[in-house]
Design a protein around this ligand. Structure first.
Ligand SMILES: [Cu+2]
Length: 481
């Protein structure tokens, strides 16, 4: 039985508990039409000791009895005990309604009924005085006892799903297991202990509707953030302006309409078109006005297949659909989506030029230093000297940065992107997992560029700067070990 709505798929299953102290379980599933299996190990944990509970109950009973012998304390004692029992029953009812519905979701009707009964009992308890107040407390206690008795089967249950953080619960159990050598069957009394805290929910094996024929759960394809309404559907012409448009649909089905703003290059949506042979890139920042529809006008210089990288910085990181950039400041989200564009005409892939130390574009000369020993996943800095007409170049801020270093891997077209910002600028660091890199430029004509790529191979670095109002692109071939 499926017990969840929305992007999660959970179900009620009776096959998780093999007999014995521990054993393997394997549940066949169909995920997006493909057969799979969810397997694991089921370990029964020893019962917790009963004596602390007996001792606690004994101490409590003695304390209540000794207090009850003093006549002036009897009424306050009954009131306190009745109110405490009522509060405990309410907590337990809410905990069960929130975490233990066989059909999933939250039992709002049970919570509403419990709250109404609690309010009806609380009013006389607060308003009345003397013996009548004690009677009200007695009624509250009796109702609480009835509620507790109805929840009693929880103690017969072999499996407990705890609402406490897994690490804390498992840590406790591991310590307990280390202390005891023997393994007793089923941890029913562990249930009691957690249930007493009102923090437990019970699931699976044996509850809610008897045994059913084991079925193969059919799990639909995961919902993901994706590009929709991508146009054009067919090929475009080389040398003529083409219009590219699309929307980004989030995992919950809603369109992505809000993007990160502010200084620095990590904002909005970057579109990078790269020809499959890495001979050409086009880097655009389209406007982000029209309710999620992104439109870009682009002229492709030569025919052939292009990969389009859609590098997205959403305004917020909702749920798990757009994971936060690991290691980045909280709230920085980034993900990439990919599309293909076919530019009509004969395509003859150009071989990748060999490694070079110098490149020219727009009358400027780019000299690369320190790129001989590059390693994947390691942040390294290389040095770029840019001279235009023999003088050090003055870099202008272009798309939030003084320089953009765009990396594409030969063959797979894997992508990474780092930046060089003005001294003191924020939001210029690039992250790959927990590894980070920030470029620098302290003097005109000099750039310290961060190199950080996810896998080894032959990579093409496209260094982009703006000098004198012109965007210059210097491509370098890099070998990364
Ligand atoms: Cu950039």
């Amino acid at each position: 039985m499926r017990v969840s709505k929305g992007p999660r798929f959970s179900w009620h299953d009776h096959r998780l508990a093999p007999s014995g102290a521990h054993g393997r379980f394997a549940i066949p599933v169909q995920v997006d039409g493909r057969p799979g299996v969810i397997a694991g190990t089921f370990v029964r944990v020893p019962r917790p000791a009963i004596w602390p509970w007996l001792v606690g109950a004994g101490v409590f009973a003695v304390a209540v009895a000794s207090l009850a012998r003093r006549a002036p304390l009897r009424v306050p004692l009954v009131v306190v005990l009745g109110a405490a029992a009522g509060a405990a029953a309410l907590t337990a009812t809410i905990a069960f309604a929130v975490r233990d519905r066989p059909g999933g979701g939250v039992g709002w009707a049970a919570i509403g009924t419990a709250a109404a009964v609690a309010a009806a009992l609380a009013v006389p308890l607060l308003r009345l005085r003397g013996r009548r107040r004690a009677t009200a407390a007695g009624v509250t206690g009796a109702v609480a006892a009835a509620v507790a008795l109805s929840a009693l089967p929880v103690f017969w249950h072999g499996i407990v799903v705890s609402a406490l953080p897994a690490r804390r619960v498992r840590g406790r159990l591991r310590r307990r297991r280390r202390r005891r050598s023997s393994v007793a069957p089923a941890g029913a009394r562990r249930v009691r202990r957690l249930a007493a805290l009102g923090l437990v929910a019970v699931a699976a094996a044996g509850c809610g509707g008897g045994s059913s024929t084991p079925a193969t759960p059919t799990i639909p394809a995961a919902r993901v953030t994706k590009v929709i309404d991508f146009a054009p559907g067919g090929s475009v012409a080389a040398g003529k302006p083409a219009t590219i448009s699309f929307r980004i649909q989030q995992a919950d089905g809603s369109p992505l309409t809000k993007f990160r703003r502010g200084p620095g290059p990590h904002t909005g949506v970057h579109l990078i078109y790269v020809r499959d042979d890495l001979s050409t890139i086009i880097h655009h920042h389209p406007p982000l006005g029209g309710r999620g529809k992104i439109v870009d006008h682009v002229t492709f210089p030569a025919p052939g297949p292009y990969r389009l990288v859609i590098d997205v910085y959403p305004a917020s990181c909702p749920g798990s659909a757009t994971p936060a950039v690991p290691g980045a400041p909280a709230g920085t989200c980034n993900f990439q989506l990919f599309e293909r564009v076919r530019v009509a005409g004969a395509y003859s892939p150009r071989p990748l030029p060999p490694t070079s130390k110098a490149q020219k574009d727009g009358g400027c000369r780019f000299t690369l230093d320190g790129a001989a020993n590059l390693t994947a996943v390691v942040a390294q800095l290389v040095h770029m000297t840019v001279t235009c007409a023999g003088k050090p170049a003055t870099f202008q801020t272009y798309y939030g940065a003084l320089a953009h270093a765009i990396f594409f891997r030969k063959g797979s077209l894997d992508y990474f992107h780092t930046h060089v910002c003005e001294p003191g600028a924020s939001g210029c660091t690039s992250f790959l997992g927990a590894t980070r890199v920030t470029g620098r430029s302290a003097t005109p004509g000099k750039l310290t560029v961060g190199v950080l790529v996810p896998v080894a191979g032959t990579w093409r670095l496209f260094l982009q700067v703006e000098v004198g109002g012109h965007i210059l692109t210097a491509p370098f071939t890099l070998h990364v070990k």
